[in-house]
Design a binder for this molecule. Structure first.
Ligand code: PSU
Ligand code: MN
Length: 305
């Protein structure tokens, strides 16, 4: 059953074999989403939180051309620290494997690997989507493509308003991806609880999500499911201030001609500077909050409550 070209940690292999709940975690968030040592601390905290909730964490990355499903402490440290770790989305995976290079997996490639590994639930911070001005730049994250073709449930805090959220919603609809709000009707916008847009459906609890996942499977849908969870109120950024920052940065990215896969890491870093670090705290808070929901969904799916 278990694919031999995937390198499972013994903890993850055992959990999958025994039908225990597992959640996938991405590594771009570690390598490029947070500065060192915040990133390694967060990576450890997330793994600890999952285990405490009775769920085995499977952090996914590419090391020396091998697909790792579950990382050792040394491997986590390497991803967090090394400058030789490429941001690896769908188009990068075959090349990194063949060239035996290192890669931090994005939402898209983590979904692909989670699917291959038989992991149904994947927790992250925010997904990529349709960028502002995409009608000129064509910049649409491969995360949306992955959501359309791997039946994995992604738990996130929505997408940042650096993206064009109405267009992102339209693409999700075209690709047949259910957009669910976890105990909320409004689509969260990462640092902000309410983007002003609505989700397709509000769901009350993990049990309801697990029911939807089962129906998605019965229907033989190839697409994933997007569960959005709002950031806890106490850690939300101030909306007006944040919108001002986004507008400034949208111009800045254009002027400096930051393009392609560098845009997201560039923006994250500039937002951190402009919010004097508060965005990092908010980001940590929302990921942990997403993980709580993701663990509950994974447990419901395995009937292990
Ligand atoms: N959004 C965040 N933090 C992140 C990312 C997105 O708030 O770290 C990362 C995720 O790994 C996501 C990727 O999959 O950026 C999207 O990049 P791109 O737009 O280049 O596909
Ligand atoms: Mn892009």
């Amino acid at each position: 059953m278990m694919k031999s070209f995937l390198n499972y940690s013994s903890e993850v292999a055992k959990a999958l074999k025994n039908g225990k709940p597992v959640v996938a975690l991405e590594s771009t968030i570690i390598a490029h989403g947070f500065p060192y040592p915040d990133n390694i601390e967060l990576a450890h905290e997330l793994e600890k939180q999952a285990r405490k909730a009775g769920v085995i964490p499977a952090t996914i990355a590419i090391i020396d051309g091998e697909i790792k499903v579950g990382l050792s402490d040394n491997e986590l440290e390497f991803i967090a620290k090394s400058k030789e770790v490429n941001k690896a989305s769908l188009r990068d995976l075959p090349v990194l494997l063949a060239k035996e290079l290192n890669g931090a997996t994005t939402v898209a490639s983590t979904m692909q690997i989670a699917y291959l590994a038989g992991i149904d639930v994947f927790v992250t911070g925010g997904i990529g989507g349709v960028h502002r001005k995409a009608e000129e730049t064509f910049d649409i994250s491969a995360d949306l493509k992955a959501l359309s073709q791997y039946p994995v449930t992604v738990v996130c805090a929505g997408a940042k308003s650096v993206l064009d959220l109405p267009k992102t919603k339209e693409v999700l609809e075209s690709k047949g991806v259910p957009l669910l709000g976890y105990q909320i009707k409004k689509l969260p916008a990462f640092y902000i609880r309410d983007s002003g847009l609505e989700v397709d459906y509000m769901i009350e609890n993990a049990k309801e999500v697990s029911g939807i996942i089962e129906k998605n499977r019965i229907l033989e849908n190839k697409s994933g499911i997007l569960v959005t969870v709002p950031i806890p109120k106490k850690d939300e950024l101030e909306e007006k201030e944040f919108n001002k920052i986004i507008n400034e940065l949208t111009k800045e990215v254009e002027e400096k001609e930051i393009k392609g896969k560098n845009i997201t890491p560039y923006l994250l870093n500039r937002i951190k500077e402009k919010t004097k670090g508060r965005s990092v705290e908010a980001n940590i808070s929302l990921v942990k909050n997403n993980l709580q929901a993701g663990c509950n969904i994974a447990k419901e799916l395995k009937g292990s409550f």
